[in-house]
Design a protein around this ligand. Structure first.
Ligand code: CTP
Ligand code: CA
Length: 233
């Protein structure tokens, strides 16, 4: 490993990480999903483990080979299940990292039977959607909130637009750190290098991190380790 061993700065810390992309069912065989592979969250989990942390990884539809050994795993395939899995574990966590791509909208109703075409017409159904709760904002506002709450924001657009949207989002979410990265046009998803703008809760840019997802994980955990060290306890 070209990176070498990380510092053991998270010894005894409890780190809760979400990874992957939620799938919101439409009927028994269909869902609304997204392109998140879960790689970034899995790299964060492996890196936190190597720094001595006790890691719980909450997974939404992540391929098993990506999941690192030596971490506790909880499956949470939908936004609702992920919300429950995170909320239940908030009080015990020192750090929450929401690397998962959580659906913003889900079908308002899940059909009990597979949705069929009407053989007598070309009509297509119109799906009614409803909002899902914002897990990150809820966790950041919770009384038993982890000391460090971190979000990931995938933004489309050119570099200035990506950063501007990320700064605004950081201020709105109440997270301590927000990792903003550009996606679309081949960027961001899967096993590709990324560039992440790290902003704090006031929307101020702290760092720009470029590299593999493991390198991004290491740099982000450097910031998280420093932030924890400045807090009492
Ligand atoms: N997030 C969450 N719960 C949701 C949606 C998003 O916890 N229902 C978290 C994601 O895990 C991520 C962060 O919020 O850490 C930012 O997600 P993003 O989709 O960029 O932000 P949104 O507030 O959903 O804004 P947008 O309308 O741009 O999608
Ligand atoms: Ca979103």
């Amino acid at each position: 490993d070209a990176l070498g061993a990380p510092p053991r700065d998270l010894e005894g810390r409890r780190v809760l990480i979400t990874a992957g992309g939620t799938r919101e069912p439409l009927d028994p065989v269909r869902f609304l999903g997204n392109s998140s592979s879960g790689r970034q969250g899995c790299e964060l989990a492996a890196e936190a483990r190597d720094r001595g942390a006790q890691v719980t990884l909450v997974l939404a539809n992540v391929e098993p080979p990506l999941v690192p050994a030596g971490v506790a795993v909880v499956q949470a395939p939908t936004a609702a299940l992920m919300g429950e899995a995170v909320t239940e574990r908030l009080a015990g966590a020192d750090v929450l990292i929401m690397a998962a791509a959580v659906a913003d909208f889900r079908p308002a109703r899940v059909a009990e039977e597979k949705i069929r075409k009407d053989p007598d017409s070309d009509a297509a159904p119109v799906l009614e959607l409803e909002r899902t709760p914002d897990i990150l904002a809820g966790a950041a506002a919770a009384p038993d909130r982890p000391r460090v709450v971190v979000g990931f924001a995938a933004q489309t657009g050119d570099a200035p637009a990506v950063l501007a949207a990320g700064r605004e989002k950081a201020r709105r979410k109440g997270a301590d750190l927000l990792a903003v990265n550009a996606v679309g046009g081949g960027r961001g998803f899967g096993d590709v290098p990324t560039t992440v703008h790290l902003v704090d809760g006031r929307g101020e840019q702290l760092d720009v991190i470029s590299g593999t997802k493991r390198e991004v994980a290491r740099a982000l955990l450097d910031h998280i380790g420093r932030l924890l060290a400045t807090m009492a306890g």
